[in-house]
Each structure stands twice: as C-alpha cells, then as structure tokens.
Design a protein around this ligand. Structure first.
Ligand code: ADP
Ligand code: MG
Length: 303
C-alpha cells in the first residue's frame, strides 16, 4: 500500500478533528478526499506528511511508519499545503533550488529544477519573482516543489482553490498527467473536481468517513430510486403521475416538464408511456437523470 491509515483520531484540545479514520490507498490511485470546511481534510493530510502527530492510530507511507520513520516518509511524500505558502521574494529557480537543498539533491539539483520547471510549465515565467506570478503559476511552483525529490506519493491540499476557470482546467490537467506516474491524494470541497480527476472518493464529515468508493460507484449505487425527466404536450395533474406504480415523488421542472422519482427495481418509463396513451397525452421527451456526485455528497454530509 502507498498509504495505510488505521484508526486515526486527532484531538485539538476539546475539538475532535478526526475520529477513528481508516483507509488504504494503492500505488497509482488518484483519490479525492472530500468534505465540507472543517471536516478534517487538512488535519488528515498534515498527519500523513508528518507535520503534526495523531492523538491515536497509525499511518504508514510506502511501508514506513510516520512516528518511527518520519525521515523516510518525508522522502516518499510530496506535499502541497493548503494556501500554498511560498517565499514571494525569491525567483522561481532560486526557490526550487532552495527546496532541492532541503532534500539534499546535491549535484542533481540544477537538472532536477529544470525538469520540474518543464513538467509544470513554468519556463515561460522563469524570469519572475514568485510574488509577481498569477495564482495559477504559483500553484505550479507549489506542485514543482512538492515533486522536486521525485516522491512516490503526492498529497495536495485544495490544489485548485482560488483559481480562475482557465487556470483550473490547466492545473487539473497537470494533476491528471502527474497522476499517471504517482499515487495522489488531493482534497477539495468541490465535487466536480473529484469527478474530473479522481478514480475514487473518500468523503469525510465531522472527522468521520461517510463514504469510500469509486466515483463511478458513488454516482450510480447510492440510491434506491432513479429520476426521469418527462415532457408532455399538455398540462398533467401531478396526482395522476404520483399514482403510477413505483413512483415516490413528482416535481415540476417547468411548463409541462416533470421530474419523476421512482424505485429502481421497476422501469417506470413503460408506465409513463402507457399513461400518456390512455389519457391522450403525447410524450415529447423522456430522459433518465444520472445522480450527480454533488447530490450524493449533500445526502452524505447533511446533518
Ligand atoms: P478541513 O481541512 O476539512 O477544512 P481541518 O482539518 O482544517 O478541516 O479542521 C478540522 C477541525 O479541526 C475544524 O473544526 C478546525 O476548526 C479544527 N482545527 C484545525 N486545526 C486546529 C488547531 N490547530 N487548533 C484547534 N482546532 C483546529
Ligand atoms: Mg483544509
């Protein structure tokens, strides 16, 4: 396992930030750690990267224990902290050389810094001080410093927060590219991020895991019902739709369009057609609606 978290709890004074959290991440996975603000995401990431100790429980990274073998863990892990703290007065290369020094890269430093600037697309901005860079380019510097020592595992805390839509797409694509070679765990409170980048999502709420599944599975298997959007040619009484077999809810979308929620064990679309024919309505359109990860997330983290 690249990351193995066993029964981790973290207490800040009275505040319980993590409560018996366990999960494992296999080499090569891109996993989204998802949860509302205050869920415990950053705390989990600081523990995995040896920045703070847990109150209880164990974590190993590539087989190394965070308590007993923290030097080895730091070699295996690259970390982009929340808010990406950087030395704004340094030039990009100067900063990356500094970080390379911390990792004792020695004579490989210059080559490695060049490689990282290439991979993260920093070359066009290489003459600027970090303070003069846009947020998107600062994130690239943050990713470059996280990868400079070629770690197997990357821990990225809200890597896309505060980016404009173009920067967002660029950084997402960069992470997807990086993820082909590394194990990546990234945190976000934005569901589309996970749909766009991750094969798996771990959802936490108030310090506890509420779901841990593939994104595809989370989107399809969470509910016992499905939703069908139907448009008729005339106004239909909702009570008539509610009377159809298996229907549990009927909502008006607009005009003569309705969202019909029905049990998954029975395909209600045939009944809708029959209903329309028997009552001289025409079905103008009918479409199954997939669950959105956002809805799943809201159901799981609602209190
Ligand atoms: P997230 O990253 O998911 O927003 P955090 O891990 O930052 O959540 O925080 C989890 C909880 O722990 C929050 O309630 C937060 O206020 C609390 N917390 C985080 N850091 C500290 C700290 N240093 N001292 C006290 N409470 C903290
Ligand atoms: Mg956080």
């Amino acid at each position: 396992m690249s990351i193995k978290v066993s029964n981790i709890s973290k207490q800040y004074g009275q505040q319980k930030a993590l409560d018996q959290v366990s999960f494992s991440i296999k080499p090569g996975e891109i996993v989204g750690l998802l949860g509302p603000n205050g869920a415990g995401k950053s705390t989990m990431m600081k523990i995995i990267t040896c920045f703070i100790p847990p109150t209880a429980g164990d974590v190993s990274v590539c087989g190394f224990d965070i308590r007993e073998q923290s030097l080895e863990v730091r070699q295996k892990v690259g970390y982009l902290p929340e808010n990406n703290p950087l030395y704004t007065d340094m030039y990009i290369r100067e900063y990356l050389e500094f970080v390379a020094g911390v990792h004792k890269l020695g004579k490989n430093t210059a080559k490695r810094v060049d490689e990282m600037m290439e991979v993260t697309g920093l070359m066009p901005e290489r003459k600027k001080k970090i303070g003069a860079l846009s947020k998107g380019y600062r994130q690239r510097v943050g990713l470059a410093q996280a990868m400079i020592h070629n770690p197997e595992v990357l821990i990225l805390d809200e890597p896309t927060s505060g980016l404009d839509p173009n920067q967002l797409v660029e950084i997402r694509n960069l992470i997807i590219e990086i993820g082909k070679e590394k194990t990546v765990m990234l945190s976000t409170h934005i569901m589309q991020e996970v749909e766009a980048m991750c094969s798996r999502a771990i959802i936490i709420n108030s310090g506890k895991i509420v779901a841990d599944d593939s994104t595809g599975h989370l989107l399809n298997s969470n509910e016992n019902t499905e939703q069908i959007a139907v448009e008729f040619d005339k106004d239909v009484k909702p009570s008539m739709l509610k009377g159809l077999p298996g229907v549990v809810n009927v909502k008006k979308i607009s005009g003569n369009s309705w969202l019909i929620e029905a049990g998954k064990d029975h395909d209600v679309r045939q009944d809708i057609f029959r209903f329309a024919v028997e009552n001289s309505f025409t079905v103008l359109s009918m479409q199954k609606q997939g669950n959105r990860l956002e809805d799943v997330f809201q159901q799981l983290t609602r209190k």
